[in-house]
Write a protein that binds this ligand. Structure first.
Ligand SMILES: Nc1ncnc2c1ncn2[C@@H]1O[C@H](COP(=O)(O)OP(=O)(O)OP(=O)(O)O)[C@@H](O)[C@H]1O
Ligand SMILES: [Mg+2]
Length: 529
């Protein structure tokens, strides 16, 4: 009997916030043993739906049912105790505790005296991590792990709770390709155990790889619910965006311009021999005004470290950075910013988006010195900048005065990008700028980056989506184990060439145009040392 019924459902659930109808009489059901994709643009209501299901919010109208019975969870703790395990988009484990403590937080094994049985906890955590193929030391403190591994710990925790439903809100946004495959292994184990999984992601390929069913939300409304394999990607995207199929179809895979950009000859950024053992082993690269330089590489290749080294975050063992021929003090973000280097890091939380301040304040805070030629910044000048970026990035908020914490995850990301862009940098380093951003906005950001390069900005673009690197870059640098293994330019920049360089550490035999040994204008390596 029970098999035919949803394990978790909401019937005509409505949730209002001041000025926004975040959920509008949405009905949704999750079947046991099903992986159910929940999709929609930034701000469509996905996280709100999840929060209504798990007791973070009470619906204003409608009901929630778990295993066929109406429930009214008054907190996420209650829904977890009942058997709903959730990884929230923005939630955090506790950085200073160990991996094992995080896995067992709130349900620690106790010994006869009622104290936490630490050896057993470490053993059990090791067993759980091992079962899911996650390589983390149970005794290590959580903050010693990469962002991706921390997320894997959250996933191990969620999966190991004896749950009937597991909910994942953008679980892969900080994962590398290999970790995503580990996660999918976990999800398959859950599915085989008859557990229902809700999966939120903006990455189409992932949805089609792992999900059985799909529900599409738009502006808080249910647009479609059904089997995923019946829908093409294009149909799905057009439902998400609310545009006609042919309108969506006109666009290519990404939104970088078709025509070639023309880069100046003299580099705006010259990085030489960046060395930070053991992560960076002598990385050199050039960026010219008007070009997008892609950085490709696998987990641990040193892309983020390269970006940070250029921006002066972290001390180097060796290396130098110049902007327009002038040396920039390394190890000093303040010097880098003064020289015109901007850096959008992959972890938006650590990089001081200030949740309680408004959208306006978050955007202009860092730019004030630049907007104020004569020391005074007119409100009007601020408003203009804020309005321009809210418009060009499509930041969805009730207005510039809304606190950033109330924005959906993707819109917070856009606010951070706007903050850097309004500083008018000479060099812009973007580490995963389109992560967590919906397909429509992603295209807008790609277009914007393209426009910025056309206006003469030098851009360093890091993305774990090779397609984006390939479509966007004028030149691409392949990094492996902290060293440059190759540079491609123009038509040579293809997924195939990049993959073969990353796999072999050299370009595929016989690439024309002679990148090998011939990267005359700079970004050659210096890596083996
Ligand atoms: N606590 C809140 N206060 C006010 N408005 C809110 C609050 N939480 C969400 N909203 C609004 O509700 C709408 C839906 O937001 P939600 O976070 O559910 O979007 P989402 O689909 O998860 O988007 P994303 O893909 O960007 O994560 C948005 O307009 C958002 O600004
Ligand atoms: Mg969300």
């Amino acid at each position: 009997m029970e098999r035919a019924n949803p394990v978790l459902e909401v019937r005509r659930g409505t949730k209002r916030f001041p000025g926004v109808l975040a959920l509008d009489a949405v009905t949704f059901g999750l079947m046991p043993g099903e992986v159910h994709a929940l999709v929609g643009e930034n701000g469509a209501g996905k996280s709100t739906l999840i929060k209504v299901l798990t007791g973070v919010y009470q619906p204003d109208e409608g009901e929630v049912l778990f295993r066929g019975e109406e429930v009214s969870f008054s907190s996420p703790g209650e829904s977890q105790a009942a058997g709903i395990s959730t990884i929230y988009q923005e939630v955090n484990l506790i950085p200073l505790l160990s991996v094992a403590q995080n896995v067992f937080l709130g349900r620690e094994p106790r010994n006869g005296l009622g104290l936490i049985d630490i050896p057993r906890m470490n053993r059990d955590a090791g067993e759980i991590l091992g079962r899911y193929g996650i390589e983390a030391d149970p005794k290590a403190s959580l903050n010693s792990l990469s962002l991706g591994l921390q997320q894997m710990v959250a996933i191990a925790r969620a999966a190991s709770i004896d749950a009937r439903a597991v909910i994942m809100d953008e679980p892969t946004s900080s994962l590398e390709a290999k970790e995503v495959q580990t996660l999918f292994g976990v999800i398959r184990q859950l599915r085989e155990g008859g557990i229902g999984v809700i999966y939120v992601s903006h990455r189409m390929d992932e949805l089609y790889e792992i999900c059985d069913a799909v529900t599409v939300l738009r502006d808080g409304k249910l647009v479609h619910s059904g089997s995923l394999s019946k829908l093409s990607k294009l149909e799905l995207v057009s439902m998400m965006l609310g545009r006609e199929l042919d309108e969506v179809q006109k666009k290519g895979a990404t939104n970088f311009g078709e025509e070639d950009r023309t880069a100046a000859e003299e580099p705006v950024l010259e990085a030489r021999n960046l060395t930070q053992r053991p992560l960076l082993r002598g990385v050199s690269l050039d960026v010219r005004p008007g070009e997008i330089l892609g950085l490709a590489g696998l987990l641990g290749a040193g892309r983020t470290e390269t970006a940070k080294a250029i921006f002066g975050a972290g001390q180097l063992d060796a290396g130098s950075v110049k902007v327009n021929g002038k040396a920039v003090k390394t190890g000093s973000p303040a010097s880098a910013i003064r020289a015109g280097i901007a850096f959008l890091p992959e972890d938006r939380k650590s990089e001081g988006i200030i949740p309680d301040l408004s959208v306006r304040e978050n955007i202009v805070a860092a730019a004030l010195p630049r907007l104020s030629r004569a020391g005074l910044v007119s409100e009007k000048a601020q408003d203009e900048v804020v309005e321009r970026f809210m418009g060009s990035l499509g930041i969805k908020a009730s207005g510039p005065d809304q606190p950033v914490r109330e924005l959906s995850g993707g819109n917070q990301q856009k606010v951070m990008l706007a903050r850097w862009l309004c500083m008018n940098p000479k060099v812009l380093i973007l580490d995963e700028p389109t992560r967590g951003i919906d397909v429509g906005a992603k295209a807008e950001i790609q277009k914007l980056v393209d426009d910025l390069a056309r206006d003469g900005l030098g851009v360093v673009f890091i993305s774990s989506e090779l397609e984006e690197v390939v479509e966007g870059s004028d030149r691409a640098v392949a990094l492996k184990e902290g060293a440059v293994v190759g540079v491609l330019s123009g038509d040579e920049v293809s997924e195939r060439n990049l993959l073969s360089m990353l796999a072999e550490g050299g370009t595929e035999g016989g690439t024309e145009g002679g990148t090998e040994g011939g990267a005359t204008d700079g970004p050659e390596n210096g890596g083996q040392g």
